[in-house]
Design a protein around this ligand. Structure first.
Ligand SMILES: Nc1ncnc2c1ncn2[C@@H]1O[C@H](COP(=O)(O)OP(=O)(O)OP(=O)(O)O)[C@@H](O)[C@H]1O
Ligand SMILES: [Mg+2]
Length: 73
């Protein structure tokens, strides 16, 4: 349903996400697990439109999307 391809997010001097790719399937719960600072919240913020400035691509039902806001996401 939703795929993230090669998502990279850098904050000044810090690479929060480095080429992250994963798929979310309809009807399946996905857990994201990682140590403190691994980038979980940053990834969720990109998927939910909180952060719109990132490298890489999101696809929703195989169509490219880039959410500019939470409402749009
Ligand atoms: N707004 C920001 N400005 C600068 N650096 C940030 C910002 N948000 C996150 N970071 C940095 O990006 C990296 C990933 O942070 P993130 O909050 O996504 O990790 P997390 O996996 O959610 O951690 P936690 O388990 O502590 O919630 C960390 O090094 C963090 O300090
Ligand atoms: Mg977090």
């Amino acid at each position: 349903m939703l795929t993230a391809n090669n998502i990279t997010k850098k904050f000044a001097g810090v690479t929060a996400l480095d080429n992250v790719s994963l798929s979310f399937l309809k009807g399946q719960v996905t857990a994201v697990i990682g140590e403190n600072g691994a980038g979980k919240s940053t990834l969720m913020k990109i998927l939910s439109g909180v952060i719109a400035d990132y490298e890489g691509q999101l696809n929703l039902n195989e169509k490219p999307v880039r959410f500019a806001s939470v409402r749009e996401a």
